[in-house]
Write a protein that binds this ligand. Structure first.
Ligand SMILES: [Zn+2]
Length: 209
């Protein structure tokens, strides 16, 4: 995969939220998957983090004393060693997904499978694998949804997406996204408040994921 093929990036708002550490873990994982492949967005996040660090430096000591979160951020920015990285669980996947705990694959429609990722927090994430020509199950959004393609491609809303691209749809899909090309479409999806329709929605409500 070459970075020059990336044409679709997360929105500026999403990248800023990532830099500020305010994205839910599931969505941050998808953003990080894209950032690992996209120097353009890495530069934007680095610039945003630099601005955030300057703002923290401008706080008075009194303000720092009462803002535990800010102190944590300062410690982080001071370059203190992070906790030991999680072990590599999935050598077949590229970072950061290779260290994420996952459930089993579930069939969620004809030619479509879903594998939940165990990331915690108030949003959900999973791998979605769709055979060529198959549609992603019908669903609506009550919050942010972020998808990063790992291989293959799909078409959504008249746009085509390839490996490394990010789709950040707003509202309902006019038509379900469909896998295109000759190889299966594998992507990582993070979402808050997405509700599947039909029997898939029933499985979701039963807490299977
Ligand atoms: Zn990008």
């Amino acid at each position: 995969m070459t970075t020059t093929t990336i044409r679709h990036h997360p929105s500026e708002a999403t990248l800023l939220a990532y830099a500020a550490g305010t994205l839910p873990a599931a969505l941050a994982l998808v953003a990080a998957t894209h950032l690992a492949r996209c120097p353009v967005c890495r530069d934007m996040v680095a610039a945003a983090e630099a601005i955030g660090g300057t703002l923290l430096d401008s706080l008075s000591p009194a303000e720092m004393e009462v803002d535990v979160a800010a102190v944590d951020q300062v410690l982080e920015r001071a370059g203190l060693p992070p906790a030991a990285p999680a072990p590599v669980l999935h050598p077949d996947l590229a970072p950061p997904l290779n260290r994420v705990r996952m459930g089993r694959w579930w069939p969620i429609g004809r030619g479509v499978r879903w594998r939940p990722l165990h990331v915690g927090g108030r949003a959900w994430a999973g791998l979605l694998l769709a055979q060529p020509g198959r549609s992603i199950p019908s669903h609506g959004h009550a919050g942010l949804e972020l998808t990063c393609l790992l291989s293959g491609g799909f078409r959504d809303g008249g746009e085509e997406y390839a490996a490394g691209d990010v789709a950040e749809p707003v509202g309902e899909h006019d038509t379900p996204p469909v896998a295109i090309g000759a190889e299966p479409c594998l992507c990582v999806v993070g979402f808050e408040g997405m509700r599947f329709h039909g029997w898939l929605g029933l499985a979701q409500r039963l807490g299977r994921w």
